[in-house]
Structures are given as C-alpha cells and as structure tokens.
Design a protein around this ligand. Structure first.
Ligand SMILES: *Cc1c(COP(=O)(O)O)cnc(C)c1O
Length: 358
C-alpha cells in the first residue's frame, strides 16, 4: 500500500477549539467549511459536536452533508443562500443563515414560513467583499426585526487584515462595526482566528475560529503567546521508497533544478503535488526524516519528491518523512512555497486521512 498518509489528531482539534472559545470568552462557531480546511468536515464535526456551540460552512451543500451525517448542532451558512429557493431547505434542516446582500434581505422578508429563521446579519465594515453598508444594515435590521418569522438576529462582520498586527485597519473596522450596531439588540460576531489570537481589543459574543482550529498560526512569523499553544492537527507523512547516490555535477529529477555539489545520497518519497504538496517547493524546503530535520532537493513530481539523505546515514528505505505537521508546521512551510497556511491542507487530495483519537 502506498505509504502516504494524512494523520488527523482529533484531540488536538478539540484542544484548539477550547483555546479559541477561552480566548473569545463566549460562544465559538467552529468553521469547518471547505471540508474542514481539508481535514474532513464530518469527522471534525463529530469530534467537536459534544462541546461546539455551532459550525460554520460556506454553503448549503456543506451544511446538508453535516445534517445527513447526523450533526444536530447549529450550522451557519456564512455566505448565506445563493438562491431564494434554498430557504425551504434552510427551514427543513434547521440551518442558520447569514444575510450579506440586499437581495438576501429582500428574500428573507418575502419568505413565508411558520418557523423562525435564525439570521446573522452581515455588515461590510471595510473588507468590501460581502456585507451591507452601515445604512443598509440598520434599515435591514429594523425591517427584519419587525417580522414574526425572523428570530433575534446575530450582528456580524468580517476582518480583512487582522493577521497584520501593525495595521490600523482592524480597529477602524471595529469602530465602523460599533457605529453600525449602536443601540441595536442582538449578539455580535466578529472574530476570525487572527483577531482572536492577535487582537484582544476585538471581541464578540460569537467568535468564528477556522484556521486556528487546525493548529496553524495565522500570525506567523509575528510572535504570539496564544498561537504557541495551538497544536497541529494534520501530519502529512510518507516513506522513503528508493535510495540512490549521485556524483558531483549530476542532476536530479525533472528540469535538473538540483545539481549535486557533493556526492549526494538521495531519498525518493511517495508524495507529490497530486497529493497536495506544493509543486513549487524550492530546494532546501524543510522536511523531517525519522524525526530529524532534513531538506527537499529537486523538483516535486506528481507522485514523488526527493530529499537529501547525505547527512542522514541512519535513514534509508522505509524511513518516515514528515512533510508538514509539528515540523515543519504549515505556517512555516507556506511562505517558503509561495502559498498560505490556509491553502496547504485545503489542497490535500488522494492521500488518505487517518483519524487519531476519535
Ligand atoms: C472562513 C471564515 C472564518 C474563519 O476564518 P479563519 O481566518 O480561518 O479563522 C470566519 N468567518 C467567516 C465569515 C469566514 O468565511
């Protein structure tokens, strides 16, 4: 059997969730959109269901997958619905929905039901992607609050630059939010992972941790005492399946991106970009070889990559190679590969996920 595996530590996931809720001081919506950032939404929801206050997903398809798997906790559609026809399903499956555009507010107002819809009304406080302007927000709040089929709403917004600790933008967005909600009843929801970890001034009744649940540090490389308490959830690993020696001046792999400057012992690892490992990881990208720091050399292929075993005489056929996890972390790896910690686990494909500590 191909030795590539993504180990998913569900106990670490629960620990990270507890940290997020503790930092937030209120309720925490575990954001498990995009198949829980590649970790498996149903498995992660099951692992968290006993303690999570609710789950955040991107769309109704993701929400229905959770309901079909028997998840009963609140599930919020963070982008709302894409079509008013989804409202019947939202009621049937007892989902909560964001309302982030004027047409969604219209559709909610026009919808007729005996149920009470749980709506998260979204303000554009400066990100300028989704959300209502301050005036639209206040008008929508007045209009929807007056309707019997709309339950008391959660007032939400999203931060664009909370991962930049020296940017004034986060506090500007906070001010805009506070101005927009002034005097309005309702719980608030503002904090994503970087806001939770880096901005104690920004708090809300509901926080919405995503990346940090999976143990990655969105503030990296800025130092953060809280982020140091996160535990990586996914370990991507495989094994050395072939070993060879190449002489000085000999090229390695496609395009001869690596040329040996010394007699070099090369290990071939069953892991490639078709598994989600970054294709353009440069020579020298850190890996761990049987628990010891080592380096990638040569271009990453679809199904394989190569590492330098010259300084690892004990390592050989069958050695375990960690591509990401505790070391390197995805936060360390991402900038070296011109990608982001968000994207690395989301890219996981083909490699089976093995769940530890259900
Ligand atoms: C994805 C998402 C989050 C989670 O963001 P992280 O940076 O991963 O913590 C929170 N809120 C909304 C609206 C989102 O779409």
């Amino acid at each position: 059997m191909r030795p590539a595996q993504a180990l998913i530590d569900l106990e670490a996931l629960r620990g990270n969730y507890r940290l997020a809720r503790q930092l937030g001081g209120g309720k925490a919506l575990a954001v498990i959109k995009a198949d829980a950032y590649g970790h498996g939404a149903v498995a992660c929801a099951r692992a968290l269901e006993a303690e999570a206050d609710g789950f955040g997903v991107a769309c109704i398809e993701e929400a229905l997958e959770l309901r079909q798997a028997g998840i009963r906790k609140p599930v919020v559609l963070l982008e709302g619905f894409f079509d008013a026809a989804e409202l019947a399903l939202i009621v049937e499956h007892d989902l909560w929905t964001a309302a982030a555009s004027p047409w969604q507010v219209e559709a909610l107002a026009a919808f007729s039901t005996d149920a009470r819809l749980q709506v998260w009304l979204k303000l554009d406080s400066g990100m300028h992607r989704l959300g209502l302007s301050v005036d639209e927000f206040r008008a929508a709040h007045a209009r929807l609050s007056a309707l019997p089929h709309i339950a008391p709403m959660v007032l939400m917004s999203h931060m664009a630059r909370a991962d930049e600790l020296d940017s004034p933008r986060t506090l500007e967005q906070l001010q805009t939010f506070n101005r927009a909600i002034d005097g309005l009843p309702g719980e608030t929801s503002l904090c994503n992972s970087p806001a939770l970890l880096g901005w104690p001034q920004v708090r809300s009744d509901w926080v919405r941790p995503g990346l940090m649940l999976y143990g990655a540090d969105p503030l990296y490389p800025q130092p953060s005492a809280h982020a140091a308490r996160l535990r990586p959830v996914m370990t991507l690993q495989s094994r050395v399946i072939a070993v060879r020696e190449i002489g000085v001046g000999e090229p390695l792999g496609y395009g001869a991106r690596f040329v040996a400057q010394r007699p070099t012992r090369v290990g071939v690892v069953a892991m490639g970009y078709a598994d989600g490992y970054p294709q353009f990881a440069p020579n020298g990208t850190p890996v761990q070889i049987d628990g010891v720091p080592g380096q990638l050399i040569g271009r990453v292929s679809m199904d394989m990559l190569t590492i330098d075993l010259t300084d690892h005489p004990q390592a050989g056929l069958g050695s375990i190679v960690q591509l990401w996890g505790t070391s390197p972390t995805i936060s360390e790896l991402a900038p070296r590969c011109n990608t982001s910690a968000y994207r690395l686990p989301c890219s996981l494909k083909r490699t089976p996920r093995i769940y530890l500590s259900q």
